[in-house]
Design a protein around this ligand. Structure first.
Ligand SMILES: [Zn+2]
Length: 226
């Protein structure tokens, strides 16, 4: 594993301090992808390193907006001012450490009522880490949170969000509902995706939505006859 990880210096969005962060090189060998976009690579799980944590003040956020001063920065400063911070997540991270970084980032994102899409992204990745750790109940709880966030994002935010088209977000909502066992609602979302004329232009999402719709329908039947 040569040079998969490397160090970079970032500026904390809350205290402006310099933070040494560990990043993952973008060229990784793809193994597979789950139907909720959880992606597996041969070398390393890049999601382990997607949250930056400031060892100076304790703030944590997703790498893509860690350097931006968050809305509600005063609330975060007030909270952190009265606390002694002792966090250091630089260098290699274990799965346990990665889980902790997501819990921290979610804590701050919820404190400042961050955009639902941002919170949804954190909860979704947290769920994937629980999946890797075979913590099924925790995974389902995180998926449910992610679903609520993406539903809010779908209603309130301008698409695309986080590189996802409107159709993709709609599919993801349906797929997450299926995974948490809310089949009726899942079928409504997925049915809308399949029936959308736009879906012809997004063939991959269309196929995934059909597959998920079939699985949800079957699971619903089994539940009813069960
Ligand atoms: Zn800081």
């Amino acid at each position: 594993m040569v040079d998969i990880l490397y160090e970079a210096t970032k500026k904390c969005g809350v205290c402006d301090g310099a933070v040494k962060v560990t990043k993952v090189r973008s060229r990784l060998s793809l193994i597979k992808q789950d139907s909720d976009f959880c992606t597996y690579y041969k070398e390393v799980n890049p999601n382990y390193y997607a949250v930056f944590v400031c060892p100076n003040c304790g703030y944590a956020a997703q790498d893509t907006y860690f350097e931006d001063a968050p809305l509600g920065i005063q609330d975060i400063k007030k909270f952190l001012d009265s606390r002694t911070v002792n966090v250091n997540y630089s260098g290699n991270r274990t799965l346990e450490q990665a889980l902790s970084t997501y819990k921290l980032a979610i804590f701050f994102a919820e404190m400042i009522s961050a955009l639902p899409s941002r919170l949804g992204g954190l909860y979704l990745k947290l769920a994937w880490l629980f999946r890797e750790n075979e913590q099924d109940n925790e995974e389902l709880m995180a998926l449910e949170k992610a679903q609520q966030c993406y539903e809010q994002a779908f209603l309130r935010e301008k698409m695309p969000i986080g590189g996802m088209s409107q159709l993709t977000v709609e599919y993801l909502c349906g797929e997450l509902l299926r995974r948490i066992g809310r089949f009726e609602e899942a079928l409504t979302y997925l049915g809308k995706v399949v029936a959308n004329p736009q879906a012809k232009l997004e063939k991959r999402i269309y196929d995934m939505a059909r597959e998920s719709w079939n699985l949800a329908r079957q699971a619903q039947k089994e539940q009813q006859t069960g």
